[in-house]
Design a protein around this ligand. Structure first.
Ligand code: AMP
Ligand code: ZN
Ligand code: FE
Ligand code: FE
Length: 270
C-alpha cells in the first residue's frame, strides 16, 4: 500500500480541485490519501465522492497556530469534517486571514507593489476559502512583480520581508484541542528540529498524537524527527505536502508505505 497523508486542493492553496487531486492520486498509483487543506475541511467530502471506492480518502485538515511569533502547523486526521470545533476554527481563521491579507497588501502598496486585493486568490474554490500567501505569490507573478512563486516569497512576502504579517492564529495547545474535539488525531506538521525540544512537551500534554517525519526532506532530518516521535511515544506520519505547483512533481512520486505508519492507521482507521 502506498499512502500520501498531506496534500492541498483549491479549498486552500492547492492548484487543483479535490476531484482532480483524487484523479491524479489514482493515476500516480496511490492507495490512500488524506486531504489536508489549511484551516478548513470543505474539500474532504468532494474528494471522497470523487474517489468512488477507487482510493481511500482520509478526512484531514492542517490548522495554523502560532508560538512566540512563529507559525506552526498541526495536521488533524480522521476528523469529522463537519465538527462544530472545526467549523468554528474555519470561520475564525477565515476572518483573521482576510484581515492579515489586507495588511500585507497594504504594506506592499507602501513599497510600490500595487496589487488590489480583488486580484488575489481567484483560484480558490469559493470565497469561503481562507487566503494564504501562495494565493498572493501567484498574483504577484501574474502582475509582473515576481518572476515565479519562489521569487515572490524571497523578495516580497517571505517571513523575513517587511511586508510579512503573521496570521493571528491560536496557540498549539488550542488547535490540538480543536482536532481532538472533532474526533481526530493531531500531528505536528513539518516540525522544525530547532523547535521540537522547546515545544514538544507542552504539545504532548495537550494531546498531540504524532509527528510528520516522512516528507520530501533529507534522510537525516526524517530519521531525527522519527526518533523524537519514538522517544515521546508518538505516531509517525508522512506525506508530500503536494500543492500541484510546477515544482511539486506528480502525486505518487513521494509516498509512505503502510508498514511505516501502521500504528497510526490502526488507531485512526477504526
Ligand atoms: P501562510 O499560512 O498564509 O503564511 O502560507 C503558508 C504556506 O505558504 C505554506 O503552507 C506553504 O505552502 C507556502 N510557502 C511558504 N514558504 C514558501 C516558499 N518559500 N515558496 C513557496 N511556498 C511557500
Ligand atoms: Zn499550503
Ligand atoms: Fe504546512
Ligand atoms: Fe501543507
Amino acid at each position: 500500500m502506498r499512502l500520501d497523508l498531506h496534500m492541498h486542493t483549491t479549498f486552500s492553496d492547492g492548484v487543483y480541485p479535490p476531484e482532480e487531486v483524487v484523479a491524479r492520486a489514482i493515476a500516480g498509483g496511490l492507495d490512500a490519501i488524506a486531504i489536508t487543506d489549511h484551516d478548513n475541511t470543505q474539500g474532504v467530502v468532494p474528494a471522497q465522492r470523487a474517489a468512488r471506492g477507487r482510493i481511500r480518502v482520509i478526512p484531514g485538515v492542517e490548522l495554523s497556530a502560532r508560538w512566540r511569533g512563529q507559525s506552526i502547523h498541526v495536521l488533524g486526521y480522521f476528523v469529522d469534517p463537519a465538527a462544530d470545533s472545526l467549523v468554528a476554527h474555519h470561520h475564525d481563521l477565515h476572518a483573521r486571514r482576510d484581515e492579515r491579507m489586507r495588511k500585507i497588501v497594504e504594506r506592499l502598496a507602501e513599497q510600490g507593489v500595487r496589487l488590489p486585493l480583488g486580484r488575489v486568490g481567484d483560484q480558490r474554490a469559493s470565497g469561503m476559502v481562507p487566503y494564504t500567501r501562495p494565493h498572493l505569490a501567484r498574483a504577484l507573478v501574474r502582475e509582473g512583480y515576481a518572476t515565479d512563486v519562489s521569487d515572490a516569497f524571497d523578495r516580497h512576502i517571505g517571513a523575513h520581508c517587511p511586508a510579512y504579517v503573521l496570521v493571528e492564529s491560536p496557540g498549539p495547545e488550542e488547535v490540538i484541542g480543536t482536532i481532538r474535539e472533532a474526533g481526530g488525531i493531531a500531528v505536528w506538521a513539518h516540525p522544525p528540529l530547532r523547535l521540537i525540544d522547546k515545544l514538544l512537551p507542552c504539545m504532548v500534554d495537550a494531546g498531540l498524537g504524532g509527528l510528520e517525519a516522512y516528507r520530501p526532506w533529507g534522510r537525516g532530518v526524517r530519521e531525527a524527527v522519527a526518533a523524537h516521535a519514538r522517544r515521546a511515544g508518538l505516531f509517525v506520519t508522512g506525506g508530500s505536502d503536494w500543492h500541484g505547483r510546477d515544482t511539486d512533481g506528480d502525486l505518487g512520486s513521494f509516498f509512505v508505505r503502510e508498514e511505516q505508519v501502521a500504528g497510526f492507521l490502526e488507531v485512526g482507521g477504526k
